[in-house]
Each structure stands twice: as structure tokens, then as C-alpha cells.
Write a protein that binds this ligand. Structure first.
Ligand SMILES: [Zn+2]
Length: 246
């Protein structure tokens, strides 16, 4: 639900508009992955990141791409080798963590999709027309690529997935006071999503209107400008819930 306020600091979480009754369903995955980390020698955890998705980074031409097809966990030395081998081929500056995924989602689609569609809370798709209208309206940070999906209805609209940057941090007051420092070896931090969570105003505003929270990349967030534009264009499929900022 949106408020009437128009502060540039207002931030909203995108959620599916379940009341709208859309039936669209994707059975599709990204074709390439960095493995998860198996049994970290520092903290003992096996883990991978969810929500680090690069749909626009296609590894088809990468000579070692076959090593990245199978989602799995690997020991640190193997993971490091695979990460650095890929990093040397990619454009500089991409954040690479265990479990990152690459390439256009591939599979099948059925049913009727909203113009903006969250197949899972951490993946954002929209009709190509919706993406183009938002870009034409001056919304910042919209990079997308076409899904590689077959739809039984050949007239179904073309779906694109957004590749989102990571910005913004939790306010320290909402984090558990007794949380452990990050693992010195793998960097993983272990705490549950704070409930309720609060964003740090000093980490906002962001340079883009649609982003993942850097501290919790499964959270897809939008600025007031994005929300206002979606409503002006009457795009359907999602609702917006304001996130507190301090
Ligand atoms: Zn660790």
C-alpha cells in the first residue's frame, strides 16, 4: 500500500498482487551457477546466496561454461578456482558469491501473467512493453533480458527478467545485538531477517529506482518514483508495501 508522502527516501517492497487472480506460472531456471560453498573451514557452514542473479550475463561463449551448469556445493579451493576463472572472463566489477546465477531463465510458462510478475519473491519479470514504458518514463536502473521460455499460447506477451543492482543497508537498530561477526574465512553472516526491518537512511537514496537490498538480496525494493510511475501507467501484477527508514 502506498502512502501519500513523496519523500525521495520512501522505499517500498514489491509483492505479488494475489488478489488480482493472475494464473501465470513459470517453470524456468537460470542456466548457469557458481557452486555453493561446502563445509567452510572457518565456520563449518555449507551455504549459497539466493538473489544474486545476472540474467543478462550469458555464458554461452565462455569456454568453460559446462562446469557451471549443475547447481551444487563445492569445497573452498574448487569454488575459488571456478569463481576466479569466471571473473577473468566477465566484465569487471560484478559481485560474485557462492550460488550466483547467470543467463536468461529457460523453461516453460503457462497461464496469464500480470504486467509485472514475481515468480518468486527474489526474481522480477515484466512484459517487454511494461519495461519499455518504464524506461521511457525516466525510471533509473532498468536492465533486463528476455526469458527463454516456451508458452503454450503463442500470443502470450514476451517476459523479461530484470537484472538488479544491490544498494542500501539495514539500520543497525533492527539487527540482533548478539549477532556474530562475519566468518573471517568466507564472509557469511548468520542472522534471520529482522522483523520488522528498518533501513538506514544514510544508505539512501539509491542511484536507481529498483534494487535489491545489499544486506539481504532477496528483498526487491523500489523508490517512490517507481511506485508513482507504475501507478500512472496502470501496470498490474504487484502491490507496494512501504518499508520503514530511519
Ligand atoms: Zn565461513
Amino acid at each position: 500500500m502506498t502512502s501519500g508522502a513523496t519523500s525521495p527516501m520512501n522505499v517500498y517492497k514489491l509483492e505479488p498482487d494475489v488478489a488480482a487472480g493472475f494464473t501465470g506460472h513459470l517453470r524456468a531456471t537460470h542456466p548457469w551457477f557458481l557452486p555453493g560453498l561446502e563445509n567452510c573451514s572457518g565456520c563449518g557452514q555449507t551455504w549459497s546466496t539466493t538473489g544474486l542473479e545476472y540474467p543478462c550475463v550469458d555464458l554461452t561463449e565462455f569456454p568453460h561454461q559446462a562446469q557451471y551448469r549443475q547447481p551444487r556445493a563445492e569445497p573452498q579451493d574448487v569454488l575459488t578456482r571456478l569463481t576466479e576463472q569466471l571473473r577473468s572472463w566477465l566484465p569487471a566489477g560484478l559481485l560474485l558469491e557462492p550460488g550466483a546465477s547467470f543467463g536468461p531463465m529457460t523453461g516453460t510458462a503457462r497461464g496469464l501473467f500480470g504486467e509485472i510478475h514475481l515468480p518468486v519473491p527474489w526474481t522480477l519479470c515484466m512484459y517487454r512493453e511494461a519495461l519499455e514504458r518504464l524506461q521511457a518514463s525516466g525510471i533509473h536502473g532498468l536492465q533486463g533480458c528476455r526469458l527463454n521460455v516456451r508458452h503454450r499460447d503463442e500470443q502470450a506477451p514476451e517476459l523479461w527478467e530484470l537484472q538488479l543492482e544491490h544498494h542500501g543497508h539495514f539500520h543497525p537498530d533492527c539487527l540482533p545485538a548478539d549477532r556474530k561477526p562475519p566468518c573471517p574465512r568466507c564472509g557469511v553472516e548468520s542472522y534471520d531477517l529482522p522483523d520488522p526491518y528498518l533501513l538506514d537512511a544514510q544508505s539512501l537514496p539509491t542511484p536507481v529506482d529498483l534494487f535489491r537490498l545489499a544486506d539481504w538480496p532477496t528483498l526487491i525494493l523500489a523508490t517512490q518514483r517507481f511506485v508513482d510511475t507504475v501507478q500512472q501507467l496502470e501496470l498490474d501484477g504487484v502491490v507496494f508495501r512501504e518499508v520503514p527508514v530511519r
